[in-house]
Ligand binder design. Structure first.
Ligand code: AMP
Length: 295
């Protein structure tokens, strides 16, 4: 596995990789969710590149940038073992040299829900991913359903800036009790951890009821009551997957999204409501690698 630290060396090595190239951007502290993305990228591509970069631009001033878990050696060993061809892990100084001042702003989509709770967060995400895509020039980028609004923001940025890359969204990997895997779950106290699966239960209950045409207001009231203390709702809503605009009535497909506070930790999750054609509105169906590589 090549380990590179600068945009120029990332580009030089990436250009030698067998195509198609699948790319998985991460902030490290890799868990089973990240691993699922890497494994899928491997099934669908000739080479896989991964980035590890804890991006200061996407953290608010009172957020956990300093204490975000960093486990580079362990992560690199795992990626090497998985057969990843290129690991790009730039330093903050290389990514944001003195004088750096450009921001990629995708507009109103980035101001709703997670964007409202974390001002500037999605500008930071869109900016760093634009830079990473320039460096790696992948065929396809692999993202997790768990960060659904992030997938919408990045699809918007890619379409608007004519970036020649496909996006594949992979289903959320969960603990046995339903809690979505996240590097931040390690921050939860025992009491918060015990209550945390109730976020997914609430979203799943709402999605199931909406799928069966039950009254949206009754459904949302019931779903709200499922969240267990000490968790508290930040938001719970039903939105369309592209614009993240709240939908009313019996609209399908849709996405039930929720965020809950557990002390200093915010948990986010979502469950999709399939369209009448049964298709999931967010997750990309698996593709045939042999067909892709021949194409
Ligand atoms: P992060 O390292 O948190 O920035 O995440 C890197 C990528 O992994 C993002 O596309 C996330 O959506 C994805 N990801 C994080 N957690 C999960 C999970 N539990 N299941 C699937 N994908 C995930």
């Amino acid at each position: 596995m090549h380990v590179v630290r600068t945009p120029a060396s990332a580009r030089a090595i990436a250009r030698t990789l067998l195509r198609p190239v699948g790319f998985v951007p991460t902030m490290g502290a890799l868990h089973r969710g990240h691993r699922t993305l890497v494994e899928r990228a491997q099934r669908e591509n000739a080479s896989v590149a991964v980035s590890i970069f804890v991006n200061p631009l996407q953290f608010g001033p009172s957020e956990d940038y300093e204490r975000y878990p960093r486990e580079f050696e362990k992560d690199a060993a795992l990626l090497d073992e998985l057969g990843v061809a290129l690991l790009y892990s730039p330093s903050v100084e290389r990514m944001y040299a003195p004088g750096f001042s450009t921001r990629v702003n995708v507009g109103v989509l980035a101001e709703r829900f997670e964007g409202a709770a974390r001002p500037g967060h999605f500008d930071g995400v869109a900016t760093v991913v634009a830079k990473l895509l320039h460096a790696i020039e992948p065929t396809t980028m692999y993202l997790g359903q768990k960060d659904a609004q992030q997938t919408a923001v990045l699809r918007r940025m890619i379409a608007d800036l004519d970036v020649p890359v496909d996006v594949v969204v992979c289903p959320t990997t969960r603990e046995a009790d339903g809690l979505a895997l996240s590097s931040r779950n390690a921050y939860l106290s025992a009491e918060e951890r015990a209550a945390a699966p109730s976020l997914h239960r609430a979203l799943a209950l709402a999605a199931e009821a909406l799928l069966h045409g039950q009254d949206p207001d009754v459904t949302m009231t019931r779903a709200r009551s499922v969240l267990l203390p000490p968790l508290a709702w930040d938001y719970l809503s039903v939105v369309d997957v592209e614009r993240f605009e709240p939908v009313r009535g019996h609209t399908r497909p849709a996405l039930v999204i929720g965020a809950a506070r557990a002390g200093a930790v915010r948990l986010i999750d979502n469950v999709s409501v399939a369209g009448i054609d049964e298709r999931d509105p967010l997750v990309t169906p698996e593709r045939d690698r042999d067909r892709l590589i021949r194409a």
